[in-house]
Each structure stands twice: as structure tokens, then as C-alpha cells.
Design a protein around this ligand. Structure first.
Ligand SMILES: [Zn+2]
Length: 48
């Protein structure tokens, strides 16, 4: 098992898939940065 001490563990806020800051799709919504696995989940989060 690889140690990833410097990588913040994040989850897609729509579907819960684990993502990292390196691989996450980020979108600024209402001035806050939100993390998703893909643009589709970001769109769904925004209710589009
Ligand atoms: Zn997702």
C-alpha cells in the first residue's frame, strides 16, 4: 500500500468517488472550491 502523506483525500461531492487534488475536477461555486470526479458531477451538483 502506497503512502500518500502529502495528498489530501477528497471525494466527489456528487457521487462519493475518491479523488485527489491532482486528479479532481474542481469548480468554484459561490466563491468556494468544490471537488468532483468529472464535469458531469459538477454540473449535477449545480443542478444543471
Ligand atoms: Zn462524481
Amino acid at each position: 500500500m502506497k503512502l500518500r502523506m502529502n495528498v489530501k483525500e477528497l471525494r466527489c461531492e456528487t457521487c462519493g468517488v475518491p479523488v485527489t487534488e491532482d486528479t479532481a475536477y474542481t469548480r468554484s461555486i459561490n466563491g468556494e472550491t468544490h471537488y468532483f470526479c468529472c464535469s458531469h458531477c459538477a454540473d449535477r451538483y449545480e443542478g444543471k
